[in-house]
Design a protein around this ligand. Structure first.
Ligand SMILES: C[S@@+](CC[C@H](N)C(=O)[O-])C[C@H]1O[C@@H](n2cnc3c(N)ncnc32)[C@H](O)[C@@H]1O
Length: 381
């Protein structure tokens, strides 16, 4: 039984940084994950969680600090639920993310040796977020602590764009937040060269889903564009408003952009670009019926980009990948923001006769362990 570890304190040397974000040490045979630590740290930790295969601990004190540690910029580092890697130098953040994607692929049984890998670290590792979601309560504005509803007040956020930080000092007065009861949810969003938009108590991504890092998003758009140097039919699945397909609208003969929450269905900027507000799998099944009846009018080659949420293609994944093959799609790009679900979905493509041509890793979220990966596949038709 492992529970007897909980509450005990141990001396621990950290020897690795996990892709989940914690430093890794050992107590006997057991692996211990310690948030906010770094290889080279010598710590006293208290065990806070004990599972059969691993323990988790919190730092009681740092006896010897890793020489690699960098000072955290933010005064609420360690309290606020975001940006848990401020103590990690950026090149180490990047290496851990990239290696983590390769490790997840390996664990899913994907052979990556010989597959070209393109790397897109961030040039700006601070002030990159074009959207943040704050809470306000009793005149205090800030973020919730991790896994808690305890509010941590902030004056600025070092990963938010400067335009967003510029409106924070007056936000309370402007929104008359001190007169409001209960917790308010405030989303701030800024487009390049535009004014900050503010939404109070609206659903998440009130102004529509949009990648939060404009500079890195441009690199992803460009990578997708260069990967499809063809003229044919493009399926942008989990396409949102068409972030990854609109840049291809001049080149492609026709485009279908499918998403459960397309904001203005039918209001497409081009006659050959169609939005469909739908779940991906039923939409593909309908197209398959059209294909069988001989009424599907998509030109060749047929190519697709799939950019699902964190859980990846989920339970529908095998069927989605098979349907693409039956619809004579011959090139595919899969984008994923969780290395494990992404790797599982890459494995599904490979099992369904697709071959992996190249991989790419993008850092959309410096100062956090999050990483975006992409894979390009082809399939004979
Ligand atoms: C990671 S976002 C990508 C959006 C877009 N490709 C972009 O770059 O802005 C994932 C999108 O998947 C959509 N989504 C989630 N589950 C879906 C489903 N089952 N079928 C269709 N779209 C779905 C969400 O609405 C969201 O817009």
């Amino acid at each position: 039984m492992s529970e007897h570890f909980i509450g005990s304190s141990f001396k621990l040397k950290i020897h690795d940084l996990s892709r989940g974000g914690s430093g890794v040490g050992r107590i006997g045979e057991r692996v211990v994950f310690v948030p906010f630590s770094l290889p080279g740290d010598e710590l006293e930790v208290e065990i806070t969680r004990a599972e059969k295969r691993f323990l988790e601990g919190k730092i009681l004190n740092i006896q010897v600090a890793s020489p690699d540690r960098v000072p955290a910029r933010c005064p609420v580092f360690g309290k606020c639920g975001g940006c848990t890697w401020q103590h990690v130098p950026y090149d180490q953040q990047w290496r851990t993310k990239k290696d983590g994607v390769l490790q997840a692929l390996g664990r899913a049984g994907v052979q990556v040796q010989g597959v070209p890998l393109q790397e897109f670290p961030a040039e700006d590792s601070w002030n990159y977020r074009n959207r943040i979601q704050l809470r306000a309560e009793n005149g205090v504005i800030g973020f919730f602590e991790k896994a808690s509803r305890q509010l941590v007040g902030i004056e600025k956020c070092d990963v938010a764009k400067e335009e967003i930080n510029a409106v924070l000092p007056n936000l309370g007065n402007q929104m008359e937040l001190s007169t409001k009861r209960g917790t308010q949810k405030i989303e701030l969003d800024v487009r390049p060269g535009a004014e900050v938009r503010i939404a109070v108590n609206q659903p998440h991504a009130a102004f529509g889903f949009r990648q939060v890092n404009d500079a890195q998003n441009e690199k992803l758009q460009q990578w997708v564009k260069e990967s499809f140097s063809v003229r044919g039919h493009l399926l942008d699945l989990y396409g949102g408003f068409g972030n990854l397909s609109l840049p291809l609208s001049v080149q492609m003969e026709s485009i279908d952009c499918v998403d459960v929450s397309v904001p203005d269905q039918g209001k497409s900027p081009y006659s050959h670009f169609h939005y469909s507000k739908s779940d991906v799998l039923p939409w593909l099944k309908k197209r398959l019926k059209d294909h069988e009846k001989g009424t599907l009018r998509w030109s060749l080659p047929r190519v697709t980009v799939l950019d699902p949420p964190r859980e990846g293609l989920g339970d529908s994944g095998v069927e989605i990948v098979e349907n693409l093959g039956e619809l004579q799609v011959s090139q595919a790009i899969l984008v994923g923001c969780d290395p494990d679900s992404f790797s599982r979905d890459v494995g599904r493509f490979l099992k369904s006769n697709w071959s992996l041509e190249s991989l790419a890793v993008f850092d959309f979220f410096p100062q956090t362990p999050h990483v975006e990966s992409a894979a390009r596949f082809i399939r004979p038709i």
